[in-house]
Write a protein that binds this ligand. Structure first.
Ligand code: FES
Ligand code: FES
Length: 122
C-alpha cells in the first residue's frame, strides 16, 4: 500500500531538525487529523540554501516533509512557491487516498515559511 519511496523517506527521513536563526519559519496544522509540521529555511540571494523540518505526525507526513526538503533545496523561492501538494505526493510514488492530506502539510508548511521570509525581508 505504501511505495518504496514512502517507506525509505519514513524510515530514513532527510533534513530533520531545526535551523538556528532561520531566515523563515512556517508551521501548518492539519485540519483533518491535527498533525503538525514546522519548516525552517535558510535563504541566500533568493535561493533556498537549506531546509529543515520537525513533523509531529504520521509516517506519510514525515515522508512527505523529507521529500519536500529534497525537492526544494537549491531551488529559487518562486520555484518552491510553485511546488504543489500533488507534486510532493507524485514524487513519493503516490499515497493511499486517506493519506493524501498528509502530503498537503509539506507544501503548505513550506509556503508558510517562504511567506514568513518574504514578510520579514520585504
Ligand atoms: Fe494517528 Fe492514525 S492518525 S494513528
Ligand atoms: Fe494526518 Fe498524516 S494522518 S498528517
Amino acid at each position: 500500500m505504501y511505495s518504496d519511496k514512502v517507506i525509505d523517506h519514513f524510515t530514513n527521513p532527510r533534513n530533520v531538525g531545526e535551523i538556528e536563526n532561520a531566515d523563515g519559519v512556517g508551521e501548518k496544522v492539519s485540519s483533518s487529523c491535527g498533525d503538525r509540521m514546522k519548516v525552517f529555511l535558510k535563504v541566500e540571494n533568493d535561493i533556498i540554501e537549506d531546509v529543515k523540518f520537525q513533523t509531529y505526525g504520521c509516517g506519510a507526513a514525515i515522508a512527505s516533509s523529507s521529500m519536500m526538503s529534497e525537492l526544494v533545496i537549491g531551488k529559487t523561492l518562486q520555484q518552491a512557491l510553485d511546488l504543489t501538494n500533488d507534486q510532493v505526493a507524485d514524487a513519493l510514488g503516490g499515497l493511499p487516498a486517506p493519506k493524501l492530506h498528509c502530503s498537503n502539510l509539506a507544501a503548505d508548511a513550506l509556503h508558510e515559511a517562504i511567506k514568513n521570509y518574504q514578510e520579514t525581508n520585504a
